[in-house]
Ligand binder design. Sequence first.
Ligand SMILES: [Zn+2]
Length: 183
Amino acid sequence: MSNIVIFATQIATVLSFIIAVFFLYRLLVKTKDATIQLLQEKVTGLEKQLDDAKAAGPDVLAKNLSDRVQLYEQELERLSKDDKKNASAIKEKEGQLRNVKTELSYLEGQLEQAQVVMAEFFCPYCKSPMITREYRSQMVEYDGHEIDDDSEYVEFECGLSLEDSHELSPCPEKEGTVLESKI
Ligand SMILES: [Zn+2]
């Protein structure tokens, strides 16, 4: 390789280095410019914010805050009113419930009493209703004399009939023929 070629290669290397440095410098300057511009924009924004704050002043800020507090207070008042309203509604419902319970236990008592009273009007075995109840009067001979004998005749729908508590015909359930109704 001749000296001229070596020299030319060295020149080219140096030149390309200089060009690279130059581009890097340009890039650096550009980036710097962009950074400076960005910072300037930020400062401008902050200045604007400062101006706004100055214009608003502490009085305005305090007013904003107090407005907000008032808003919260109003909300709390509303909520507490709702709470009271709900509480009174619940109390009212509880009272109504108590009344209904009292009424119910009274009715239960009445029903129990009625069942006791009504018991004789139903067959003691199958609870069929009474269909006949009559008092029979007949003359019977007793100890050589004719006396008037009164008796009570009772008949139930199921077929049970009684005369002065003596069974004349039985309830089918008592005999076990209608047992399936009990199972
Ligand atoms: Zn019966």
